[in-house]
Design a protein around this ligand. Structure first.
Ligand SMILES: [Zn+2]
Length: 974
């Protein structure tokens, strides 16, 4: 399985133009204030981004590019006052009653800038000291409890000087504590509207779109990232800049720090101004532009997508400018995010489309219009905080223009912005909705988890050799009924055993030797009592008859599987079951523990005759039954883990071809209307299998053949791999990003035939073994598309997907599912890459990968088995390496001290890790732009590098997933 976050972080998102339709709308319960803010001493020049708030309330807005604002104030606050403030000006307060005048103009006077730094110097503080003190004061100045914000988002795109699209939305924000950068903010659309202009007018190719700009705006909250150990607001980060300090004598005196790239300008990615409140040391406003180094870095960061664009779509996109303004405002003794303004330009070139040096300009504005309430729970439904799609596609195209007048929208778009969607999620309705209780490290585990995950004698005393599963699928009632005959070998004498079937499913009878047995049930466990003790070594057989309505997946809960009941594009039923994590016992009775796989299995599925069932292995026969039913008998001739057993029912079209010298059968299934559009996916199968076989050895299940199919959900079902369906359902209009995602997904799922199906973990705690190597295999696909560069670009994209909240290895004996499963994919694959690069012997590495597949063929294994095998093959003890990466959330930190002495650079270095005796070679620049290995340990070592400066020193943080910490300020070589 693959979670929905994939490596392609879609392009940056966008800015502000502004069409301001003035007008005071009298709404009952609200006063609508409109006005203009201008500069008194600059000839009434409009002031943009001035903050207009109701004093002592959370309500506010900012002015647009023309200095105009519109603010709805509840009539209950009609006697309050309004404050208008802007960095660089003296604030003004006025009575709201005075502001109801339509022609309100607020004039601000400029605040004096003090250049002599007298006040600052008296305290002997440098600009860097002040910034670091302001960082240290973040937990004091900004809210460290969660708070709900209401925000207005507006975004405009232009191409070649012509409008492309405008979107705006009112949103609820779940703002997480300022001192917890790792907790992502949530976003919920309250309502939105979007207008697309005629493509024949602007000519922007339709495959070019933005990602969710509201989300991107929120991730720019630098205060939230100020407490991070890397980045701009650290000693190391600041050392790349020349800082100039002055003060601003407004009614709230401020430090003003000019930030310009210093000597080491290759690492200074931005420039701008930082305004810090003198009294509280709060960041008030941050204006930043990317420098050329920053633009280069950004263009590199997205390069794999751009490379794809140039190869597949013959088009080049280059970021040429990026401006950001962030502001914060005080409220009730704390400071809150106020506004995020972003503007950026791309240059687009596509000679085949006759587009040369065309400017694609994006502007966006994210304005907080209300603060509070505090202490709210995270959004569990409707959260678009991690949705990468364009805001316009999230809003969709529905029309309803009601309700906007009472929202604080900062500015309104001209009336021809027609498409509007009605409020989708009531703001507070979900807060207390009953959620499924999920067992995990946070919530703790229960007896039910132990029954499910522990190998007690009632389970370990027998070994399943064969399942004969037969189910009839009642599609209209979303129910199934059937039986499972289980053959098993008795390993130790037993008169009682445990089976598993979810408690919501009914058991009608359990038969042994022709007679019904007595049984009891506790949670999802079934305890079966035999009339006498079964002899060790004997072969036995049980038959369980059962029926029920199996659970359906809840996608907000990690790995909560079930039956998917859907329809295809033509309205025909489409059904699939997925149960990785939840376990096969959610739909059929079995010994549901990963340690025990049957040696073979039969799967019989009875369905309406006009549909097709695709299950695992070979189709033995198709039998027509009375009343328009048909039974499909499938046979799996290899061991199979229970969660891989599946059914896929739909109006499938089928195609077969063969592959290789042994004529492996390749069966392809998809919806008939996608047969042609998906042909290229199936046409890529032979190359994919050849690549995977080259790395991992022969396809493990030749007798059963290989099947690949379109399905409702992607899943690595053994010898019946499914790749899910397209978000649009249309295979003939795939965008570049969709193409990449789909093929990555196919390679991921198919590589599970080796990692997960041929060799399988013995306990859910070790599930990373499946996902790390499947994610690793996605790199082969990218390398096949972009030779020699694709994989590296792919590796570089992985770290941003790591959450690092819990160790990769789970808790044993409880069928533990991580509360954020993503690290088993991104982080664990980075561990594999790091190991490979540290080993620095690709021949040995290739032999180890094939060797694992051979040694554990058709078996289950644990992390310990895997590491022991690697140690044996390499003759080196890598236990501390895997221990650090898999059992701890922190990754190895390379601490370095850099000192320039004459023409040389003296570098001291060591590993900082949780695990003692951690050693790992890593590449650093020993000469400018040339990586070589050093072998740090947890003790300090020192080396002298001739003709090197501190600016030349780099650690290969792409091939090696590590942190670098420069722990002492640079000694300048003056
Ligand atoms: Zn997977």
């Amino acid at each position: 399985m693959r979670p929905t976050t994939l490596f392609v972080s879609t392009l940056l998102a966008g800015i502000l133009s502004s069409v301001f339709a003035a007008g005071t709308l009298a709404q009952s319960g609200y006063l609508t204030l409109t006005g203009k803010v201008v500069s008194q001493d600059k000839g009434n020049h409009p002031i943009s981004l001035a903050t207009v708030t109701v004093v002592g309330r959370g309500i506010g807005t900012v002015t647009d590019a023309q200095g105009d604002f519109r603010l709805n104030v509840p009539t209950a606050q009609a006697t309050d006052s309004l404050q208008v403030s802007c960095v660089g000006y003296q604030s003004v307060k006025l009575a709201i009653s005075a502001a109801t005048n339509r022609a309100l103009v607020v004039r601000l006077t400029t605040a004096a800038v003090t250049l002599n730094e007298v006040q600052v110097q008296a305290r002997r503080k440098t600009a860097a000291d002040i910034i670091l003190e302001a960082v240290a004061a973040i937990p004091r100045n900004y809210d460290t409890t969660s708070v709900q914000l209401t925000a207005f988002y507006h975004e405009d795109q232009q191409f070649d000087g012509k409008p492309v699209r405008s979107s705006e939305a009112v949103m609820a924000v779940y703002k997480t504590p300022a001192n917890q950068p790792e907790v992502k903010d949530g976003l919920k659309l309250i309502k939105g509207r979007t207008k697309a202009y005629d493509q024949s007018q602007h000519h922007l190719p339709s495959i070019v779109n933005l990602s969710n700009g509201a989300r991107s705006s929120l991730t720019n909250d630098l205060v939230k990232h100020g407490t991070a150990k890397v980045g701009l607001f650290t000693k190391r980060g600041l050392s790349y800049f020349d800082l100039k300090l002055s003060t601003l004598a407004s009614d709230r005196p401020m430090y003003v720090i000019d930030l310009k790239p210093g000597k080491r300008k290759r690492k200074a990615q931005g420039q701008g101004k930082i305004f810090i409140d003198m009294e509280t040391l709060a960041f008030v406003r941050i204006d930043l532009q990317l420098t050329q180094a920053g633009l280069d870095a950004e263009n590199n960061r997205q390069w794999i997508l751009k490379k794809m664009a140039s190869i597949v779509h013959k088009m080049n996109l280059k970021l040429t400018s990026y401006n950001l303004v962030l502001s914060y405002r005080p409220y009730n003794g704390k400071w809150y995010l106020n506004n995020v303004e972003r503007q950026f330009d791309f240059w687009l070139n596509s000679p085949s489309r006759k587009l040369i040096d065309k400017r694609w300009n994006v502007s966006s504005s994210f304005t907080v219009t209300a603060i509070g309430p505090k202490g709210i729970p995270p959004f569990t439904e409707g959260n678009i905080g991690e949705d990468g799609n364009a805001i316009s596609s999230i809003i969709k195209n529905q029309t309803d223009s009601t309700g906007w007048a009472t929202d604080n929208t900062q500015r309104t778009t001209s009336t021809d912005t027609a498409s509007v969607e009605q409020s989708t999620w009531p703001l507070s309705a979900r807060a207390d909705s009953p959620k499924v209780r999920v067992s995990n490290r946070q919530n703790g585990f229960t007896r039910a988890d132990t029954l499910r995950g522990k190998l007690t004698p009632l389970r370990s005393q027998y070994d399943v050799t064969f399942y004969d599963l037969a189910v009839k699928v009642d599609i209209p009632n979303k129910a199934i009924s059937g039986s499972n005959r289980m053959r098993f070998r008795v390993l130790a004498p037993l008169d009682k055993l445990q089976l598993d079937l979810y408690a919501n499913m009914q058991i009608h009878q359990i038969r042994y030797a022709g007679k019904p047995l007595s049984f009891t049930r506790e949670f999802n466990a079934v305890f079966v009592q035999f009339p006498e003790s079964l002899r060790a070594g004997s072969e036995q057989e049980l038959a369980i008859e059962y029926s029920g309505t199996p659970q359906v997946p809840d996608r907000s809960v990690p790995m909560m599987g079930g039956f998917l009941w859907d329809k295809d594009r033509d309205g025909h039923p489409w059904v699939q079951v997925v149960c990785q994590g939840s376990g096969a016992s959610l739909w059929w009775p079995n010994k549901d523990h990963l340690s025990d796989e049957p040696d073979s299995m039969r799967i019989s599925v009875t369905i309406p005759s006009d549909l097709v069932d695709v299950s695992n292995g070979r189709l033995l026969r198709k039998t027509a039954l009375p009343d328009n039913w048909t039974r499909y008998d499938w046979y799996v001739s290899y061991p199979i883990n229970n969660y891989n057993v599946t059914l896929n029912i739909g109006k499938y079209a089928h195609r077969r071809e063969t592959y290789g010298p042994d004529s492996l059968t390749l069966d392809y299934y998809c919806m008939p209307y996608n047969s042609e559009p998906f042909r290229w996916v199936f046409d890529g199968v032979k190359l994919m299998l050849a690549t995977l076989e080259k790395h991992y050895g022969k396809y493990p299940f030749p007798r059963d053949g290989f099947t690949l199919m379109e399905s409702l959900h992607p899943m690595e079902h053994q010898s019946a791999v499914s790749f899910g369906k397209l978000p649009t359902g249309r295979a003939d209009s795939l965008s570049m990003v969709d193409t990449l995602r789909l093929m990555q997904l196919v390679w991921h799922e198919v590589s599970h035939e080796w990692w997960g199906n041929n060799i399988s973990c013995r306990d859910m705690a070790d599930l990373w073994i499946h996902e790390a190597f499947a994610t690793y295999s996605e790199g082969f696909y990218l390398d096949s598309v972009i030779p020699e560069e694709g994989e590296l670009g792919y590796i570089a994209s992985l770290p941003e997907q790591v959450s690092g909240k819990e160790p990769i290895i789970g808790v044993r004996d409880v069928n533990h599912i991580h509360y954020n499963i993503g690290d088993m994919y991104a982080k664990a694959s980075l561990v594999v890459y790091t190991f490979r690069h540290a080993l620095n012997n690709d021949t040995l590495w290739a032999s180890i990968l094939k060797g694992i597949q051979q040694r554990f063929r058709y078996q289950t294994l644990s992390t310990k088995d895997l590491v022991a095998y690697i140690n044996e093959r390499t003759g080196t003890d890598y236990t501390p390496f895997f221990d650090q990466y898999l059992n701890y959330t922190s990754i190895p930190t390379l601490q370095v001290k850099l000192a320039e002495k004459g023409q040389s650079l003296v570098v001291s270095y060591r590993w900082k890790t949780d695990v003692p005796n951690f050693r790992m070679p890593i590449q650093v620049t020993k000469a400018p732009d040339r990586y070589e290995f050093i072998t740090p340990s947890t003790d300090w070592q020192t080396m002298t590098l001739p003709r090197m400066t501190a600016d030349d020193f780099e650690v290969d943080e792409t091939r090696f997933y590590v942190k670098v910490e420069e722990i002492e300020p640079l000694a300048d070589a003056k």
